[in-house]
Design a binder for this molecule. Structure first.
Ligand code: MN
Length: 306
């Protein structure tokens, strides 16, 4: 029987337990945190930090967690980490556009090394919700020349293609995971931690990405109001926000209808104009169709036809 052993810190073991939550065995051996069986592989995590994979495919299953910190790496417990977290080198990620009926969904990951923290503070990088569109544009121009980042934009037509079979949560999780992975390719292992601006429970997040080609797991932390914990999340939110605003501007120009952000009456009216000019095909190019606004716009459109 093949077997593989890795060493993992408590945070990683907690993530593994969440990841294998559907496959947990009722009884775990003495001195173990959990035991799970996936296919023919039995996984047992011991309180010592040793994780044992046994059975056919053990190596492959263990390699999913292969980037797990080896024992020589100093391990910081999650609770302590948050104390000095804001001064570490961190890759942060955030998204924009999920609550807006019109326009794209954008996700960005940004790496802010501890050396760049003073400069970003000086520039005025902070929570994008408290910045004007103009300031966001100015900051983005500077940020993209200073820090490594990844920006992913999902235009409405693509969004509408996948949305019927994929929840917005799953879509966001996959995009965050990809943006983080692509950013790691740019910065190597120079970062201390990854901070995801939390949009769902960590265990849900890991379930959502478990079929992804590469799962970014090691050194991942979640926090709501992530931008208050590290400037990397603030930088990512600014870059994502800017791309979203630009996306709306681009679509507005292309379709010659001013498309507002949000999901209000104004959005319904703009969508109605799109229906009048371009029909349903036009609407799926500019709007996230599963929003309740779609039916409101359709009704408004029919009313205007009379
Ligand atoms: Mn967010």
């Amino acid at each position: 029987m093949s077997s593989a052993t890795i060493k993992a810190n408590k945070a990683t073991i907690d993530k593994m337990k969440a990841y294998y939550s559907d496959n947990l065995k009722k009884k775990a051996p003495q001195y173990s945190t959990f035991s799970a069986k996936v296919g023919s592989v039995t996984i047992t995590a011991y309180t010592s930090g040793k994780v044992l994979f046994q059975g056919n495919g053990a190596d492959e299953e263990a390699s999913k967690w292969g980037s797990v910190a080896p024992s020589k790496t100093k391990v910081k417990p999650v609770n302590n980490l948050l104390d000095n977290f804001s001064s570490l080198s961190v890759i942060g990620s955030d998204e924009t556009g999920t609550g807006s009926y019109l326009g794209p969904l954008t996700v960005a990951a940004a790496y802010v090394s501890k050396e760049n923290i003073p400069l970003l503070k000086e520039l005025g990088v902070r929570d994008s919700k408290n910045l004007t569109d103009f300031k966001i544009k100015e900051l983005t121009k500077q940020l993209v020349t200073i820090i490594p980042y990844t920006l992913l934009t999902v235009w409405p037509d693509e969004y509408n293609d996948v949305q019927p079979t994929m929840s917005q949560g799953e879509m966001k999780a996959k995009l965050h995971n990809k943006a983080l992975y692509d950013t790691i390719q740019k910065v190597g292992d120079s970062y201390d931690a990854i901070l995801i601006d939390q949009f769902e429970l960590p265990q849900t997040y890991f379930k959502h990405i478990k079929d992804s080609k590469v799962m970014v797991i090691d050194k991942v932390y979640f926090a709501t109001k992530g931008e208050s914990h590290h400037l990397s999340v603030a930088a990512a939110s600014i870059i994502a926000r800017h791309a979203f605003i630009e996306g709306l501007v681009q679509l507005s120009r292309k379709y010659k209808v001013t498309l507002p952000s949000g999901a209000s009456k104004q959005s319904d009216i703009a969508a109605t104009e799109i229906l009048e000019k371009y029909g349903e095909d036009g609407l799926r190019q500019v709007a996230k169709l599963h929003f309740a606004n779609t039916n409101k716009a359709r009704k408004l459109f029919q009313k205007r036809q009379k």
